[in-house]
Design a protein around this ligand. Structure first.
Ligand SMILES: *Cc1c(COP(=O)(O)O)cnc(C)c1O
Length: 395
């Protein structure tokens, strides 16, 4: 391990470095192979070195990387059209990261309320245990002391309710409330799934009080749960939809790109000059995002994510039955799964790493399993075998 690093000390890194990867596998400096059930925290949605995505990037790299948003970018138009055609949304704004997509969503909610003639509505109801990014506004929105401590004074305008507790939300709605914002499945917060009745209740509250429903699908979006967006599952059969959705992680499959999608008044609130980005939606990013969407929207792709996700869930429930003193609960949807543990999560992450299996820690005493969406049944079985061995070392 390098001890005299020139890097700022922002991560307690595991002592492993990767030099290559293929599909669900990573290779370290010594040539050891690891099964990647972290996907770089839900990012490499198509695994490592996906030929279609590599091809799109290489081709665009030789053509044109960047031009400003002061000119038309046909690839950006195309990617937006793809997202709109396959989602609730009418319009898209592209940026470079999840935090930026969330900033855009928050600014858009305030701006839309102003345009609707409600200048006093600027506060957002958020949730205990949430995670929305590391900018000053988004750490405030997340509100976890481990991320906000030392950065005070924080951004004003957030009121905090309890997840899956509709009454706690209703009690916070006031004349200044502009929006309600949540992750349909908390990622960093421990793979806690918002119950469909709760999500639908929030939509009802928004309709009744003139609020915008913002969903943070930075981690859950782009196929992670077996739907293009996770809320499609929670709203299924109701005709309900969010007003604003932020997404990012899986959209570039490893290339930095984010997006803020909107419908209704929020879709048309922004006008030239109001919001912007230098890098967001540049041709290189859009070529990659377009190639990712080609794969994720291909017939049968999302159905397969659901099927493999259900296999993973069944196997995790078997593990829970085998290790009741270690695993308290199996959580999640699709290929976003969590194990709520009785032992400290870093212990299992470390034990799994020793078995050459990469997991991701999370809050609420949980570890996350976020394999690439292209994972096969055999790789699920192998991961579960490695997990079994890792859990055995913790008994
Ligand atoms: C990762 C994440 C973010 C922040 O994304 P960055 O790209 O790190 O800025 C925001 N919200 C959720 C739910 C996330 O998982």
């Amino acid at each position: 391990m390098i001890t005299d690093s020139a890097l700022m000390n922002t991560y307690a890194r595991q002592d492993v470095a990767f030099t290559g990867g293929e599909g669900a596998w990573l290779v370290d400096e010594r040539g050891e192979r690891y099964l990647d059930f972290s996907s770089g925290i839900g990012v490499t949605s198509l695994g490592h070195g996906h030929p279609a995505v590599v091809g799109a990037l290489m081709e665009q790299a030789g053509r044109l990387w960047h031009c400003s948003n002061n000119v038309r970018i046909p690839l950006q138009e195309l990617a937006a059209r793809r997202l709109v055609d396959h989602s609730f949304a009418e319009k898209v704004f592209f940026c470079n990261s999840g935090g930026e997509a969330m900033e855009a969503a928050l600014k858009l909610a305030r701006y839309t309320q102003k345009k609707l003639g409600n200048p006093d509505r600027w506060r957002t109801i958020v949730f205990e245990g949430a995670f929305h990014g590391r900018t000053l506004a988004t750490v405030t929105a997340g509100g976890q002391p481990k991320y906000t401590g030392g950065f005070e004074p924080l951004v004003d305008g957030f009121d905090r309710a309890r997840f899956n507790d509709l009454a706690s939300v209703e009690a916070l709605i006031g004349p200044q409330t502009a929006a309600i914002m949540l992750e349909p499945i908390m990622g960093e917060g421990g793979v806690r799934v918002a119950e469909p009745a709760f999500m639908q209740g929030l939509r009802g509250l928004c309709d009744r009080h003139g609020l915008l429903l913002i969903l943070d699908e930075v981690q859950t979006g782009i196929g992670r749960t077996g739907r293009l967006f996770a809320h499609e599952g929670q709203f299924a059969g109701t005709g309900m939809r969010p007003d604003i959705v932020a997404t990012a992680k899986g959209l570039g499959a490893g290339f930095p790109v984010g997006a803020c999608l909107a419908v209704g008044p929020a879709a048309t609130a922004f006008t030239p000059g109001v919001h912007g980005t230098t890098f967001g939606g540049n041709p290189l990013a859009m070529a990659v995002a377009g190639a990712v969407l080609d794969q994720v929207l291909a017939p049968g792709f999302l159905t397969r994510v659901q099927e493999v996700g259900e296999l993973l869930e069944r196997r995790l429930r078997n593990l829970q039955a085998a290790f009741p003193a270690l695993i308290q609960e199996v959580r999640g949807r699709g290929l976003m799964r969590g194990l709520r543990l009785i032992v400290p999560p870093p212990d299992l992450v470390r034990a799994a790493l020793a078995q050459r299996l990469l997991l991701v820690g999370a809050g609420d005493n949980t570890v996350r399993l976020l394999p690439p969406l292209i994972i096969g049944e055999a790789e699920v079985e192998l991961a579960v075998e490695k997990l079994f061995q890792a859990l055995r070392t913790l008994t």
